[in-house]
Design a protein around this ligand. Structure first.
Ligand code: HEC
Ligand code: HEC
Ligand code: HEC
Ligand code: HEC
Ligand code: HEC
Length: 308
């Protein structure tokens, strides 16, 4: 879909040059400017894209997405949330999509039934498959900014109704993938050239709709008596089984989990990742890299499930 002409206004290019005056024109995989500590607000999942300590990114991003000045609202809302998907108070547009699954790769060692990604993968894919804008939500902050129709289809006119107090109204709502040179990768990729100079390369974060090159999701976890090389979970409640490492019978953020949305207990994106960030040590310590539920040093994450 052709959304809108994204050629940059002259004033914006000028601002960009000022802001980036000293930045390298490398589009490299820069380390994040967020501290990855204490809160999702201080991670790359802060879609206001303003670090707690300030920084240039927010202003640069303003013309490309709505800055709702709240962190949770890009994913959750207290009212008017998406009731079509079994996710906690989910505030995002969910575009109906048929994904190419890992099972379609057809490895000879494959054993488990696979289905389309379940809710706890679709949540992530609502940004990471590149199809839906990061600011495409159903219920905007404040009164009146609600559209039930947004639960299944993104509307730019609805998103443009938001008055962005921190900058110009975002007129282009772009997903993460480069569709006809639109999308975040127009700047945030190694091939972005002048316009994206200095922007972190996050092409690796665009998982896309072909999941054959990703760890399988929507895949059933083998039963304990299957004879396969998998470790048994040791805690369960309706809808979830998990590896209860501290035996407190609560699925803690740092514990790897399986989700049942009707087809059995499955590995989903959120089995391995917690989108809010998980401290690597005690309270206040840096989060595990890439939102992992546990550090993967010595492949500890993989060995939670696989006996290898
Ligand atoms: C016009 C170019 C441009 C476009 C388009 C663009 N960005 Fe940016 N963005 C930048 C620049 C430049 C920075 C500042 C350098 C940096 O932190 O990478 C930045 C910073 C960021 C940051 C902060 C990075 C960090 O780790 O501190 C995030 C997150 C971000 N952008 C996300 C996005 C998303 C999501 C989109 C698409 C909706 C997008 N950007 C589209 C240029 C752009
Ligand atoms: C980038 C998207 C995203 C953002 C931002 C986000 N969440 Fe979540 N949240 C999720 C997803 C996905 C789940 C379901 C998967 C899971 O349970 O981890 C979830 C689950 C939850 C749950 C229920 C499960 C649990 O862990 O207790 C609560 C409560 C929650 N989020 C609160 C918040 C609050 C409060 C904020 C803002 C400070 C926030 N979230 C920001 C994506 C997000
Ligand atoms: C609201 C949109 C949104 C949702 C929902 C979302 N993400 Fe992200 N995620 C992003 C953006 C944008 C970035 C890139 C930000 C940057 O590079 O600074 C990102 C980055 C990441 C990264 C890289 C972090 C790093 O430090 O290198 C991982 C891993 C990730 N997301 C996993 C997930 C998983 C798993 C889920 C679901 C549980 C999820 N995301 C849900 C938007 C989202
Ligand atoms: C079996 C565990 C597991 C599952 C399931 C999983 N991931 Fe990951 N993911 C990882 C690990 C481990 C890394 C860190 C890879 C690294 O450091 O190279 C990672 C990294 C990432 C990154 C950062 C890019 C990179 O390669 O470093 C993104 C984005 C991401 N995952 C998104 C997702 C999404 C979206 C899903 C669901 C479709 C998902 N993940 C499912 C384990 C998993
Ligand atoms: C939450 C449990 C879980 C975690 C954690 C996990 N896996 Fe898996 N993995 C599975 C399941 C279930 C399958 C599907 C196996 C099958 O169908 O035979 C699978 C499949 C695979 C396959 C494909 C097997 C095939 O026959 O094609 C590989 C390779 C793999 N995992 C490697 C890893 C690595 C590497 C890690 C750590 C980054 C990891 N897994 C973490 C549960 C997990």
């Amino acid at each position: 879909m052709r959304v809108k002409d994204t050629r940059l206004p002259g004033w914006f290019v000028a601002c960009l040059l000022v802001v980036l005056g000293t930045a390298a024109w490398a589009d490299a995989d820069l380390p994040t400017k967020f501290g990855n500590q204490r809160s999702v607000a201080n991670t790359r999942h802060n879609m206001t894209q303003r670090q707690a300590s300030g920084g240039p990114s927010g202003a640069i991003m303003d013309p490309y997405r709505n800055d709702y000045a709240e962190v949770c609202v890009y994913c959750h809302a207290p009212h008017g949330a998406n009731a079509n998907v079994a996710l906690p108070l989910w505030n995002r547009t969910m575009k109906a999509t048929t994904y190419t699954t890992y099972a379609q790769l057809g490895t000879s060692s494959w054993t488990q039934p696979v289905s389309q990604p379940g809710p706890n993968s679709l949540a992530c894919l609502s940004c990471h498959d590149g199809q839906v804008a990061v600011d495409s939500i159903i219920n905007m902050p404040g009164s009146g900014g609600y559209s039930g129709a947004q639960s299944g289809a993104q509307s730019n006119s609805f998103l443009n109704a938001w008055t962005n107090t921190r900058g110009p109204d975002a007129s282009v709502h772009i997903g993460m993938s480069p569709v006809a040179n639109q999308g975040c990768l127009a700047c945030h990729s190694s091939g972005a050239g002048f316009v994206g100079a200095g922007a972190t390369d996050f092409s690796i974060f665009v998982v896309g709709t072909d999941l054959r090159n990703d760890h399988p999701v929507g895949v059933k976890y083998p039963a304990a008596d299957s004879g396969l090389d998998f470790k048994p979970t040791n805690a369960a409640r309706p809808g979830m089984k998990w590896f209860d490492t501290d035996n407190d019978l609560r699925p803690d953020a740092r514990e790897v989990r399986l989700y049942d949305s009707g087809d059995g207990f499955m590995v989903e994106c959120a089995s391995c990742h917690d989108p809010h960030g998980v401290p690597s040590g005690g309270a206040g310590s840096a989060f595990n890299p890439t939102f992992l539920r546990m550090g993967n040093s010595a492949s500890a994450l993989c060995l939670t499930c696989h006996t290898k």
